[in-house]
Design a protein around this ligand. Structure first.
Ligand code: ADP
Length: 178
């Protein structure tokens, strides 16, 4: 977990390679659905472009089918759950699948640094939600809807300082996981 721009996707990719895990990024899955013009992609697009979250029921049905297909694989979830109802839904999915969460990592970075990083990324990402206005909106949505998950997972969460180079942040995560 972590706010937009914290480096979740970058770190998830590195960990997935190191530990042979499947990296599930809901942002990437949704963007692929938009490219393929699926019904779900078409529904998600306007929310994403505006910096809003896609409705919980869309994410939950998407993740339930994906996680059911991948039963018993090791997975890194990146960008999900992002709201309390999604976290509750995930608990139900894992109950059905007899699966569980092993670690919850929260990468934190000061908000002014995040906005600076995202504006830099915007120059070559080509993402429609990478304009300054939408970036600020995504931070607000994070604070309102996603930050409460830190308390939801308070018994299993590990805080990771996300300020530093990619390698430094990876090292901090590995110190905890190994
Ligand atoms: P970032 O980490 O920069 O916010 P992502 O690629 O993870 O970028 O997500 C991009 C957008 O996709 C989000 O702003 C949101 O609209 C949508 N999205 C991704 N995951 C979820 C989720 N779990 N619930 C609702 N919307 C989501």
């Amino acid at each position: 977990m972590g706010p937009p721009g914290a480096g979740k996707g970058t770190q998830a990719k590195i960990l997935a390679e190191k530990y042979s895990l499947i990296h599930l990024s809901t942002g990437d899955i949704l963007r692929a659905e938009i490219r393929k013009k699926t019904d779900r992609g078409l529904e998600a697009q306007s929310y994403m472009d505006a910096g809003n979250l896609v409705p919980d029921k869309v994410l939950l049905s998407m993740m339930e089918s994906t996680l059911t297909e991948l039963q018993n694989s090791g997975i890194i979830l990146d960008g999900f759950p992002r709201t309390i109802p999604q976290a509750e839904g995930l608990n139900n999915i894992f109950l059905k699948l007899n699966s569980k969460i092993n670690h919850v990592l929260n990468i934190h970075v000061e908000e002014s640094k995040l906005i600076k990083r995202l504006i830099e990324r915007a120059q070559n990402s080509g993402r429609k939600d990478d304009t300054e206005e939408v970036i600020i909106k995504r931070q607000k949505v994070y604070t309102k809807l996603t930050a409460p998950l830190i308390d939801f997972y308070k018994n299993e969460i590990t805080q990771i300082d996300g300020d530093g180079t990619i390698e430094q942040v990876t090292q901090r995560i590995l110190e905890y996981i190994q």
